[in-house]
Design a protein around this ligand. Structure first.
Ligand SMILES: Nc1ncnc2c1ncn2[C@@H]1O[C@H](COP(=O)(O)OP(=O)(O)OP(=O)(O)O)[C@@H](O)[C@H]1O
Ligand SMILES: [Mg+2]
Length: 264
């Protein structure tokens, strides 16, 4: 489904601020894989997401989706088969548009349909059906402006918009980080349900190690632009935060400098 080979990105090359954000990254995701991504600040997690979504082009290396080389395909053309939710609840939706208008916009991106944008009666029923799955009562607020929703509500809507078109790949970049614990838990649970329902191939960046352990069938740990640890299947099920921290120390010879990850 997704194949990344030998991808490197260096920012500000040959200057004092040179930063090797990704160094020779190889990663293959099979259809339905749900990979959680952890690593300290600046490890290269968001850069990896940007390379997959097409908002950044790698200096070296190839990105393939469904056996198609998309390395040079711009972000707006990839959006039909990639769904994305950002850390910032304000980023994924248009605040001055209503809930149904936002959904119609996302619906129009759907790779499997060629309908025009807009809201008709049949589609409205479909939107209501989808909103009901969130259990937030948003189905009764179709004409409410999205800017009036709470962060958690917006993030739930963003998740719905990113997924109800059944993208080939779902990218989640700390999409629960800005929410209070109970909302974060709600969105975490919704994520698990949605990914499961559509069998989406998913990469989820999180600072919350427990969340990284609870969700998904695979886990990768990044550090200094590299993938330093990959765990999957039964080994992942048996993983604990203590083991993860121990592994980091064993690989890097130092303690992980990230309180948020440990506490999270
Ligand atoms: N556009 C850019 N220009 C220059 N440097 C950048 C740019 N984008 C990212 N970087 C640098 O590349 C490194 C990796 O950044 P990235 O955002 O991928 O980290 P991250 O793992 O997502 O961190 P965080 O957990 O803080 O979100 C960082 O040192 C960052 O400062
Ligand atoms: Mg980031």
């Amino acid at each position: 489904m997704l194949n990344i080979s030998s991808v490197s990105i260096t920012f500000n090359e040959d200057t004092q601020d040179e930063k090797k954000a990704l160094q020779d990254i190889d990663l293959t995701l099979d259809k339905g894989d749900f990979v959680t991504v952890i690593g300290s600040n600046g490890a290269g997690k968001s850069t990896l997401m940007n390379v997959i979504s097409g908002s950044l082009k790698p200096d070296i290396g190839i990105v393939e989706i469904d056996n198609k080389n998309v390395t040079s395909i711009p972000e707006f053309k990839r959006s039909a088969f990639i769904g994305r939710v950002f850390q910032d609840p304000m980023a994924g939706t248009a605040p001055s548009m209503t809930i149904e208008e936002n959904l119609a916009m996302a619906y129009a991106r759907n790779k499997r349909r060629t309908l025009r944008t807009g809201v008709n009666k049949k589609r409205k029923l479909l939107f209501i059906e989808f909103l009901e799955t969130l259990h937030l009562g948003l189905e009764n607020r179709l004409t409410a402006k999205v800017g009036l929703l709470s962060g958690g509500e917006r993030q739930a809507l963003s998740l719905l918009m990113a997924t109800f078109t059944e993208p080939n790949i779902l990218l989640l970049d700390e999409h629960t980080a800005a929410l209070d614990p109970s909302r974060a838990e709600l969105i975490t649970n919704l994520t698990g349900e949605v990914v499961d329902k559509f069998q989406l191939t998913t990469l989820m960046v999180t600072h919350n190690m427990q969340q990284a352990l609870d969700l998904g069938n695979r886990l990768i740990m990044m550090d200094k632009g590299q993938i330093i640890l990959e765990v999957s299947g039964k080994e992942k099920q048996e993983l604990t935060i203590e083991k993860l921290l121990h592994e980091f120390q064993r690989i890097r010879g130092e303690q992980m400098a990230n309180d948020r990850a440990i506490l999270g």
